[in-house]
Design a protein around this ligand. Structure first.
Ligand code: SF4
Ligand code: SF4
Length: 716
């Protein structure tokens, strides 16, 4: 017993010392990041939300279970390890007393049964993981594998270790049965796995079973301690870090608004910013906040983000997983530099100094950590953030780096320069005159009030038309259809006309926070003057999901608070309340494309579908990638204004999926999507791959066809 006890305790002490040293180093590294006081404050002030999130995301494995088979395997392994804590207590107890049992519950048949059940569950889990990994072998599958770029060898080592944990457990429990010291001796076959192991070992006799009992208790503790060390030094660090990362992630889900630009933890106001002392965006690894560094350490390398990324799917160099791993590798390699006192850095080894000198964003020839092609390929679609089981915030990191590139380095794709100039000079990306915003109004056959000052008291809605809706020919059709429907339903609305300016979304998503703040402040002033602020009882209708997201969820960062509704939400309500009655049959097969900034970023999935389904005769069919798993059109993240030079085109990839359903119409709820998908359809028509009658329309255009008088429709 003494030898068993000494070996067990020495093993434990050594493992804890090695793992503890690593954790201490990781903590010091994380604290070299910038402060993030808002994360701590939120967690402190919203304890019930945090508890609920931990229960659902960590204990309930909510995001993991969205992928049924791997999710179930992970849940079985995770829950198994929680339950197997009891067996670890029993193994330690057996070091000191051979007949040890956990006080009170330690002889219950139920306890023994549950332990065996979950041990078997863990075995099933790792068997499933083995199959998944073999089927997705990156060496065979290449980029199609979600494990492409992950450290697969370490993953196999960990799977083997988990198997050994359960194997040693069952062997020592089986041997305990045969030596008569098993705490669940009287439970018989209820403790089924141990009972079976006992039956298998029984022929070896008491002596051999005694040796097996002692050896495999130590073996079990040895494997667990080795596992502890491996966890501390590998991607399996997520076992400890995931609950922390989930706790401090941006609520509700890291999507929707971008993080405001911060310097030293405080939100940066350009009017007060000091170019000598303030940090503009993320230009070095130490410019990331501790939460950013925690993100890097928490990545499990599962590749779920990569598998959903439209840039990766179309052969661009951007993989959200690889981006996080590259940042993590750089942070770890630069750590000796970051953790050294400033006056001792010059004497660090040459390789550390070389790592410290690497530009955060730079081409491979400049030894950059993140290739600019990677940085600019992102459409901000949110698929990565939505999928990530440990709540990593890829978009904020990407946009943080873009901010530094634009504001400090002036290094961004030059084709975007025209758009930025147009925004600064004319308040819209096309550089058209402000007066042109009213052109579509003149084409309507009823009057639409244009607000001059304050919104009239009898008008309930301000219709925020957006630049595309007012100035782009295809999007203008949707604007007019929406206006017509509102008019038909008797909704009182007004528009801002020339007083409306771009919300600033393309500038912000490109990284130009300066232009964004300029436009946003101007619009907040206009909206406040119009009297549509919070508490006014007035609502803002936005047709463009980018405008919707910016006004509803980003303007509060600048003090502008408004009740914003997307036009599909309002149309859905008007149909449901009987104010709009779709009576004309539209005998078409229609598939709906979820705009990322309406769907994933703002979780508006049902209203546009409700409108489509309300139209008689429509045969609605979903594409495989829909709702939360919807595939981007390629326009977000200011990509609308950038060339797509690498790989295949995202919009064509999306349309190929629609074409597989052979629809008559592709409907959507976003002017950007209409333009991108419309271009893709035109390209497919030119190549003879799509029927000439196929069109891309807004949901409002479909509804207008269904409520118009038959003669009007025929005339049209
Ligand atoms: S936001 Fe979309 S495009 Fe950007 S990295 Fe994530 S998945 Fe890829
Ligand atoms: S970032 Fe999240 S989804 Fe992507 S590999 Fe890491 S843990 Fe998985």
């Amino acid at each position: 017993m003494i030898v068993r006890m000494v070996i067990g305790l020495v093993l434990t002490a050594v493992a804890f010392a090695i793992a503890g040293r690593r954790l201490w180093w990781l903590k010091r590294l994380a604290l070299t990041g910038q402060p993030a006081p808002e994360r701590l404050a939120y967690a402190r002030e919203h304890v019930p939300v945090e508890v609920k999130t931990q229960l659902s995301e960590v204990v309930g494995q909510r995001k993991l279970l969205k992928w049924s088979v791997p999710g179930a395997a992970h849940a079985a392994t995770f829950w198994g390890f929680l339950v197997l804590m009891l067996t670890i207590i029993e193994a330690y107890g057996a070091l000191f007393q051979r007949t040890f049992s956990i006080p009170w519950i330690g002889h219950w048949t139920f306890t023994g049964f549950v332990e065996d059940l979950f041990a078997t569950g863990v075995l099933c889990g790792i068997a499933t993981f083995t199959v998944i990994r073999l089927r997705n072998d990156p060496h065979r599958e290449g980029r199609r594998s979600r494990f492409f770029g992950s450290h697969t060898r370490a993953a196999w080592v960990v799977l083997a270790m988990i198997f050994l944990v359960v194997l040693t457990l069952l062997i020592y429990r089986g041997a305990q049965e045969n030596t008569g010291v098993f705490p669940y001796q009287s439970s018989g076959a209820w403790v089924f796995a141990s009972w079976l192991a006992g039956k298998a070992l029984h022929p070896l006799g008491y002596g051999v079973n005694s040796v097996l009992e002692a050896t495999f208790i130590l073996g079990q503790l040895g494997v667990i301690m080795a596992f502890l060390v491996v966890v501390a030094y590998s991607k399996h660090l997520h076992i400890g870090l995931a609950p922390l990362n989930v706790m401090f992630s941006r609520r509700p889900n890291g999507l929707g608004p971008l993080e405001p630009m911060r310097s030293g933890g405080k939100v940066l106001d350009f009017e007060e910013a000091d170019p000598d002392t303030d940090v503009f965006g993320l230009g070095k690894i130490e410019d990331f906040s501790w939460k950013g560094l925690l993100d890097m350490g928490t990545c499990t390398e599962c590749g779920r983000c990569q598998s959903q990324c439209p840039a990766w799917a179309t052969d661009k160099p951007l993989s959200p997983k690889q981006l996080i791993l590259d940042l993590r590798d750089h942070a770890f390699a630069k750590a000796p530099y970051l953790l050294s006192p400033a006056d001792a850095r010059d004497s660090l080894p040459a390789d550390v100094l070389a790592e410290a000198a690497r530009p955060l964003v730079g081409s491979p020839s400049d030894n950059g950590v993140i290739d600019p092609e990677v940085l600019w390929a992102c459409t901000n679609c949110g698929a990565c953030v939505n999928e990530c089981p440990v709540d990593i915030e890829h978009i904020d990191h990407i946009n943080g780096m873009r901010r530094h590139q634009v504001l400090v380095e002036s290094a961004f794709p030059q084709e975007a320069q025209g758009m930025l100039n147009n925004l600064e000079r004319k308040g819209n990306p096309w550089g058209m005159s402000e007066d042109r915003r009213g052109d579509w109004i003149a084409e309507m056959d009823f009057e639409i009030p244009v607000i001059d000052g304050t919104i009239p008291s009898d008008v309930e809605y301000l219709y925020w038309v957006g630049c595309a809706g007012a100035l782009e020919d295809r999007a203008k059709k949707a604007t007019k259809a929406t206006a017509e429907l509102l008019h038909a339903a008797g909704v009182k609305f007004a528009v801002l006309g020339p007083a409306e300016a771009c919300t600033g979304d393309p500038a912000r998503r490109l990284g130009n926070e300066f232009v964004f703040q300029m436009l946003a402040q101007q619009n907040v002033e206009t909206l406040n003057e119009a009297g549509v602020g919070e508490g006014s009882g007035k609502k803002v209708i936005a047709s463009c999901p980018h405008c919707f997201n910016t006004i509803a969820r980003e303007y509060p960062q600048l003090g502008g608070n408004y009740e914003v509704i997307h036009h599909t939400q309002l149309l859905s309500r008007l149909v449901a309340d009987g104010h709009l009655k779709p009576v004309n049959e539209v005998n078409e097969k229609i598939t709906y494309h979820d705009p990322c900034f309406l769907g994933r970023h703002n979780e508006i999935y049902t209203p546009p579908r409700h409108v489509i389904e309300s139209v008689p005769g429509v045969q609605a069919e979903e594409m495989h990638r829909c709702k939360g798993k919807g595939f981007c059109c390629g326009a977000g993240g200011a990509r609308m204004w950038l060339e797509e030079r690498t790989g295949s085109r995202i919009n064509e990839n999306r349309i190929d999926e629609a074409l597989a359903l052979d629809p008559d119409t592709v409907a959507t709820g976003c002017p950007y999507c209409m333009v991108m998908l419309g271009d893709a359809v035109n390209a497919k028509k030119a190549a003879g791959q799509a029927k000439e009658t196929l069109e891309v329309i807004d949901v409002s255009q479909l509804l207008v066809r269904a409520i118009k008088l038959r003669e009007d429709a025929a005339a049209e």
